[in-house]
Design a protein around this ligand. Structure first.
Ligand SMILES: [Zn+2]
Length: 222
């Protein structure tokens, strides 16, 4: 666990920050890891009173334990409107593209689904963060932004680690980009926020020169 800003804790779910969830003001959980990470998250959350779970998107590595955690803590779940059907079905969006998937892949992207409420652009989610619609990596993807100290929780609109394990700020890998134009627009929109700190679904938090690095990435995509 790493405190990355006032009231914002990064919960590491895989080595080298390969997968992260975030806890805001000890009451809001952002993303919930893979299905097998339920125990780890339950231990981290012991003694907390969760008010809500916010999902940046409905992919299995972010929504994997949401049904169990929301039942245990009796809290609401918010997720972008366009991802709600996937969340209810407990199936990661790639399956719905109609691409052939081998059974192993199909099993890996399944989780226990649930109903949740719609998260929309500009919604306040707690701890001073608002949702920023960033469709692309998934159709209902949202990042979370706190203007007062420039903290951006990017979900998978941005990656903090490359395929070759370099750290920094990167576009989401191509395999997860059903909507390249949307991904590009999302990155440009986030760059315009000029964040001071960028927290990723995948990769270590970027503190140094974050706005500059992100705008350099956005320029390569324009
Ligand atoms: Zn992810």
């Amino acid at each position: 666990m790493q405190t990355i800003a006032e009231g914002v804790i990064r919960v590491q779910l895989a080595p080298r920050a390969g997968l992260n969830a975030y806890l805001l003001d000890e009451t809001v959980l952002v993303d919930t890891g893979m299905p097998h990470q339920r125990g780890r998250l339950e231990r981290v959350l012991t003694g907390q009173t969760l008010e809500r779970i916010v999902l940046t998107h409905a992919h299995v590595d972010h929504a994997g334990t949401v049904a169990a955690l929301s039942a245990k803590f009796g809290c609401e779940v918010l997720c972008g409107t366009a991802d709600l059907a996937d969340l209810a079905a407990g199936i990661s969006p790639p399956i719905r593209l109609g691409r052939p998937m081998i059974p192993v892949q199909r099993a890996l992207v399944r989780y226990r689904g649930l109903r949740s409420s719609a998260l929309d652009d500009g919604d306040e989610v707690g701890a001073g963060f608002v949702a920023v619609g960033t469709r692309g990596h998934s159709p209902g993807h949202h990042a979370l932004w706190r203007e007062r100290d420039g903290v951006l929780i990017a979900g998978d609109a941005l990656f903090g680690i490359s395929k070759t394990l370099r750290t920094g700020v990167f576009a989401p890998p191509g395999i997860d980009q059903p909507d390249r134009e949307g991904c590009t627009r999302a990155i440009i929109r986030l760059a315009e926020l000029r964040p001071k700190v960028i927290a990723f679904g995948h990769g270590p938090v970027l503190f140094d020169d974050a706005a500059h690095q992100l705008s350099a990435l956005a320029k390569t995509l324009r």
